[in-house]
Design a protein around this ligand. Structure first.
Ligand code: SF4
Ligand code: SF4
Length: 855
């Protein structure tokens, strides 16, 4: 069990000598794996440890690759998105000099109207002109296999390759794969070709000159010298695929046809989306339809001959799907290539059919938009029309240009026996790591195929994560999110109040909830919609107070192993003694580095979970007085916030139409104030007596969720009952002072507590461990009271006049309103605190320039 990045890095490390890297999501893990292999002394198949060097940027990495290749070293790199674009200048040189190499790319969107760290083919498509061959993998197994096929083919063809697969969907999907042995890798790589590659390297023993300048008289002719190499490359790749099939039994082709041999409606696609289409083609054909799919693998050099031969004679209509957008183009790249190839073949009477089929093109899945079976059904339905929509989009509602195809109901097209599960966790609470372990246990210790995919918010730590797990005896061709789950687990009670997380639960499915409420109390704490879902779906319902248990064994809020154990216990995928044994082994592997004590705590968690798991009897009638919190924003929020940001926050961003989006990615500022994440399990409580009013707590808070103010003490007379106030220190005037926490913005990271310099003392004056501010468990009463106090503090107590504040002191700066507030940074982030402070010191005449990521 491994993900696409690891599956690729394994082969790249085995077949290269120099690996020049620069991290960029979602390809970074390939570099990290390669670095770790070399650090551990792992060798390539020739017995040497590859040199891994991290450069200063992707431009530098590709320059280092070019340099190493020019000396004859087998060299590779990993990248994505704008990182790949930075490599383009060197790629033209590498290809122009006919240099064998493979760049492994986890394909990702390009930052256009907004940055997106997620997957599509925009980056790869921007390299079409460089002269690199482009070879696509559709799954984790394929990423492993094509990495080797590309390496074999580049050495023989001398054409450099980009081997690409879908960012996140393939790069981060954990799947059960067959690992290539060193013998197979050795068998695939012809040593003579390696020697030839070396012999072409610049070497003082065989002096030659490269990189000359050519004038108008000869540059053109020089550019055309490479044609024969590109003409031969498709056959070379096919030869490598055939050799690979002999060695492993896994067959691939340049354009692979799947479906009814007499199909009339065909989709052409590339990347993970092709697997979804494959599943739907089998589903439809089993119901008596005649549909097919051409999976494009070698996209450059484009072999029109092989493409056209892949279609059945009966083809009447074709939809070509591109996972990219070229504004203003006559059609997206794959569509144009397919249309052109069929046109030429018909002209030359080389097509399997005699009449022009209807050919349309469409865009799908940009920025990792989930590509689902009902989208594929809509594409096939479009092909049924006399005049199918061309240049369409699928998966969105385009109310501006009316490009979209209408979707039908969500349909389950995979094997109905496949078990699907969804786990809602909080970034950094260990849910994702535990689910990775769980799916590995299932994949490794049962005969099931298994798949794990993990959806993160770009806010990472402190935001919601959803783990999608599937396992079943049949091959899983479902690179899309679970939408019909047998099991749903919620690892944070605050999510139940906000999200309709049971809408994806199958009838008769199971819901597991982490909560502080007992099995007898919990029913009345659920929103009405959740109660109704449980009743309508005839669901089984279990609860566990995992936070309390985790605290009792010293694990803090790391509840993952309790929840995992409950999943295994309820799902009965393995007998109890077996799953416990495997979970303990996994915990040892994961936490072994942190010491025996931590491992033991985790083992204790596994032992304690089952006896603290309780089934809740679901009543026949929903009785709740509360409903799901529909509005996650303030009533006063601007229209754009209500129309666009609120649905995004509510997990309904997929429903936003094209017409609702800002045209050019411009948004009003200060919108994070409307998002009340309420993800913290703990929050700080202020002890007036111990506080020395230093302002350090407010200084370090990454989210500006704790503030200090000095004010006219008369204002406090109108404060809510639980509002805390005291006399301000260090002012001549009689002023009030308050440290106030925003309970729904605080993530409970504890940074403020850890920096606080004031310790409480006991009656004898001895210093205690507790301070002037301490983390306490945030219950509902505290949340409500402190929200009211925060509202009063923020809106009824004015900010002090900047002119009266001494901005040369920390406490002074913290009386000033920060202009970057409630950032969605990871809990405990060290960087946002600095930016916040700069705004407090400089005010709004300030420009901040920052690269992407956490820089
Ligand atoms: S616990 Fe963290 S987020 Fe909450 S107020 Fe303290 S520093 Fe800010
Ligand atoms: S850091 Fe501690 S002592 Fe300083 S203002 Fe905050 S609570 Fe008071």
């Amino acid at each position: 069990m491994m993900d696409g990045n690891e599956a690729t890095a394994l082969v790249a490390h085995k077949t290269n000598e120099v690996i020049a890297i620069y991290p960029i999501t979602p390809s970074s893990n390939m570099g990290e794996h390669a670095d770790a292999y070399s650090a551990a002394g792992q060798t390539n198949v020739w017995g040497t440890v590859p040199t891994v060097c991290e450069m200063q940027s992707e431009g530098g990495a590709s320059g280092a690759v070019h340099g190493a290749l020019t000396t004859g070293a087998l060299t590779t790199t990993f990248t994505a998105s704008q990182g790949l674009l930075l490599m383009i200048p060197n790629m033209f040189k590498i290809a122009g000099e006919l240099t064998a190499t493979v760049f492994h790319v986890s394909a990702r969107s390009i930052a256009c109207q907004a940055l997106s760290i997620f997957g599509d083919h925009s980056d790869v498509m921007a390299t079409r002109q460089t002269g690199f061959a482009l070879l696509a993998s559709n799954s984790v197994q394929e990423a492993h296999d094509m990495a080797l096929i590309a390496q074999a083919a580049t050495l023989e063809s001398r054409v450099p390759f980009i081997h690409f697969f879908d960012g996140f969907r393939t790069s981060h999907e954990v799947n059960k794969i067959e690992i290539l042995s060193d013998e197979t890798i050795r068998e695939m790589i012809d040593d003579n070709l390696v020697f030839e590659h070396r012999a072409r390297g610049l070497n003082p023993d065989r002096p030659s000159m490269r990189g000359t300048a050519q004038n108008p008289d000869v540059y053109f002719q020089g550019r055309e010298t490479v044609n024969p190499f590109y003409e031969k490359t498709p056959a070379i790749v096919l030869k490598a695929m055939k050799k690979f099939a002999k060695l492993t039994g896994r067959e691939y082709s340049l354009f692979e046809y799947v479906g009814d041999p007499k199909a009339e409606r065909i989709i052409v696609a590339m990347g993970s989306g092709a697997e979804t289409i494959h599943e739907v083609v089998e589903y439809l054909n089993a119901k008596g339809e005649k549909v097919g799919l051409v999976k494009a693998r070698l996209y450059r050099p484009f072999s029109a001959e092989h493409l056209v031969k892949a279609f059945p004679k009966t083809t009447k209509s074709i939809a070509v799907l591109d996972r990219t957008k070229e504004p203003g183009c006559a059609g997206e790249p794959l569509y144009i290539d397919v249309r052109n190839s069929i046109g030429e073949a018909l002209e030359n009477k080389a097509a399997p059919f005699t009449h022009w089929p209807k050919i349309v093109g469409g865009r799908y899945g940009l920025g990792s938009k989930d590509f689902t079976p009902n989208q594929v059904l809509a594409v096939f339905e479009n092909l049924n029309q006399d005049k199918p929509k061309n240049h369409f989009t699928v998966g969105i509602v385009d109310d501006v240009s009316k490009t979209h195809l209408e979707l039908g109901e969500s349909v389950e097209t995979g094997d109905p026996k496949t078990f699907s599960a969804m786990f809602y966790g909080l970034g950094s609470d260990g849910t994702v790591g535990a689910n990775k372990d769980a799916i590995k246990v299932i994949g490794d210790h049962t005969k099931n195929n298994a798949q794990g995919y993990f959806v993160y918010d770009s806010k990472k730590s402190g935001s919601m994560t959803i783990s999608h797990l599937r396992f079943g005896e049949k091959q899983l061709r479902c690179p899309y999110l679970v939408s019909h789950a047998n099991f749903v687990a919620c690892h944070n009670f605050s999510f139940v109040e906000k999200y309709d997380m049971l809408k994806n639960l199958k009838t008769g499915g199971t819901f597991l909830l982490e909560t502080e409420y007992s099995k007898d109390e919990i029913w009345d704490k659920l929103p009405l919609e959740t109660q109704q879902r449980l009743i309508d779906k005839k669901a089984k319902f279990y609860v566990i107070n995992a936070i309390k248990l985790a605290e009792s064994v010293g694990l803090g809020n790391r509840i993952n192993l309790f929840m995992q154990t409950c999943f295994f216990e309820i799902s009965k995928i393995l007998p109890r003694d077996e799953y416990m044994k495997y979970l303990k082994e996994a915990a040892k592997k994961t936490y072994g580095r942190k010491g025996e004590e931590i491992v033991k705590m985790n083992w204790k968690a596994i032992d304690m979970a089952v006896e603290n798991l309780f089934e809740v009897k679901v009543p026949a009638k929903a009785t709740a007085k509360t409903k799901l919190k529909a509005a996650m924003v303030l009533k006063s929020a601007p229209k754009l916030v209500k129309d666009v940001l609120e649905p995004i926050l509510a997990g309904k961003g997929d429903d936003i139409t094209v017409g609702q989006m800002p045209l050019d990615g411009t948004y009003p500022t200060g919108t994070s104030q409307y998002e009340k994440r309420n993800v913290g399990i703990y929050m700080p409580a202020w002890d007036i007596e111990t506080c020395i009013q230093c302002g350090m707590c407010a200084l370090v808070c990454p989210h500006a969720a704790i503030r200090t103010k000095v004010y006219d003490p008369k204002l406090a007379t109108k404060a809510p009952k639980t509002f805390k106030t005291c006399k301000a220190k260090g002012f001549k005037e009689d002023l009030g002072f308050t440290v106030q926490v925003a309970p729904e913005d605080c993530t409970g990271c504890g940074a403020c507590v850890s920096i606080c310099p004031a310790f409480q003392k006991d009656a004898s004056g001895k210093k205690l461990e507790t301070k002037a501010i301490n983390l306490v468990h945030k219950d509902e009463t505290m949340r409500v009271n402190e929200a009211e106090n925060w509202d009063f503090f923020l809106n009824k107590i004015p900010d002090p006049d900047r002119a009266l504040i001494n901005l040369n002191t920390i406490k002074g700066t913290q009386y000033v309103k920060p202009l970057i507030e409630f950032s969605g940074a990871c809990a405990g982030c060290g960087e946002t605190a600095y930016i916040k402070l700069v705004t407090q010191i400089c005010g709004d005449r300030l420009m901040i320039a920052n690269a992407t990521g956490c820089s």
